[in-house]
Write a protein that binds this ligand. Structure first.
Ligand code: NAP
Ligand code: ZN
Ligand code: ZN
Length: 359
């Protein structure tokens, strides 16, 4: 076993603290990765504070991992030592169900093995092994099966690539799946980590993007990120001026808000895609959908094949995340700032600061 420095939440109410975990030596099909950077997703906060329920403690969050391969198992064919690689939101799945067979491991019938706050699997029956919790990227190294590892194209800066492993694929996958095409009018609700990637990716796909934000101060950034239009939502006038205007509404908001107000911004046959996961349910009135034959959909991250496709798309289109690089010991402050919507637009932890004891 390999002693590995990390940061962990020990319970839902306390700040994250330094913590030591053990990583396994890579098995025949596994790689050991030296983690260089890890993005900070709002899901890390929901889970570390047990906002969705069922959290497993101690918890080492982090599922936007970029690093370099430091060791490979005897039968690893896809990666070699020194290569730049990524790990996203899951590290394993059953590998046998229809979703896994379709390359959509995130929808595995038996549940994916999340990169953290989840469990490794028994090799024989592929079921969760509850004695082996998974630990995420707020740590200096991780051991992962090669089939769940992504290749980071050389054109992408490694720190700015880390958020693509969750925020990037979570926004890319539904834009593709629901068929966003050049000229479509897309509203992105919430300009945070997911939102800013949705703007960049939808614009790169040729859509006409409008940002709907509670923060008037993000107007110039929205335009610089690729949006054509921006509207502040706080005073409510946008819900009249922009009614029935959009083909798609991409909702990335992390906190409770009125879905009906945003549904009314859709044209006939428009689709609202929920990506944000508030901690309490919302009421949707049937009329908001029925009146204009609208659809309300959801989408969760993306499979391994599509995540690689997204990384290659980003390299080709010069898309990467706008980040603020932080030391490991700034994580609790970063959480507080994200809860105030004060992030431009993704915090990324420099794990060198944990490895070398400077953070
Ligand atoms: P984030 O960086 O904190 O951004 C969330 C944004 O939502 C904020 O910047 C803010 O934007 C807006 N917002 C916050 N509170 C609001 C409120 N009360 N009313 C209206 N808008 C509000 O978070 P993130 O990392 O992008 O994650 C967003 C959500 O997606 C989280 O719930 C996360 O768990 C979820 N998520 C889902 C998936 C998936 O697979 N579906 C994957 C990753 C994350 P403005 O300042 O512009 O208003
Ligand atoms: Zn995430
Ligand atoms: Zn499966």
């Amino acid at each position: 076993m390999l002693k590995t420095p990390a940061y962990a939440a020990l319970d839902p109410a306390s700040p994250l603290v330094p913590f030591t975990i053990e990583r396994r030596e890579p098995g025949p099909h596994e790689v050991l990765i030296d983690i260089l950077y890890c993005g900070v997703c709002h899901s890390d906060i929901h889970q570390a504070r047990d906002g969705w329920g069922g959290a497993i403690f101690p918890m080492v969050p982090g599922h936007e991992i970029v690093g370099r391969v430091s060791r490979v198992g005897a039968q690893v064919t896809r990666f070699s030592v020194g290569e730049a690689v990524g790990v996203g939101c899951f590290v394993d799945s059953c590998r046998q169900c229809p979703s896994c067979n379709a390359g959509e491991q995130q929808y595995c019938d038996f549940g994916m093995s999340g990169t953290y706050n989840s469990y490794e699997r028994n090799p024989d029956d592929r079921r969760f092994d509850k004695s082996r919790p998974t630990f995420g990227g707020y740590s200096t190294q991780i051991t992962v099966d090669q089939d769940y590892v992504l290749r980071i194209p050389t054109a992408l800066p490694l720190d700015r690539a880390a958020p693509l492993l969750c925020a990037g694929i979570t926004t890319y996958s539904p834009l593709k799946h629901f068929g966003v095409k050049p000229g479509d009018r897309v509203a992105v609700v919430g300009l945070g980590g997911l939102g800013h990637m949705a703007v960049k990716l939808a614009a790169a796909m040729g859509a006409e993007v409008t940002v709907l934000s509670t923060s008037e101060s993000k107007r110039d950034d929205a335009i610089a990120l690729g949006a054509k239009d921006f509207a502040a939502t706080r005073d409510g006038t946008v819900f009249k001026t922009h009614a029935m205007r959009f083909d798609f509404v991409v909702d990335t908001v992390s906190a409770p808000h009125d879905y009906n107000a945003y549904l009314n911004l859709l044209k006939v046959d428009g689709t609202m895609i929920l990506l944000g996961i508030p901690e309490a349910p919302e009421v949707v009135s049937a009329g908001s959908l029925i009146r204009k034959r609208r659809r309300l959909a959801g989408s969760m991250i993306g499979g391994i094949r599509e995540t690689q496709e997204m990384l290659d798309f980003c390299a080709e289109h010069g898309v990467a995340s706008d980040i603020e690089l932080i030391r490991m010991d700034q994580i609790n402050e970063a959480y507080e700032r994200m809860l105030r919507s004060d992030v431009r637009y993704r915090f990324v932890i420099d794990l060198g600061t944990l490895r070398h004891g400077t953070g």
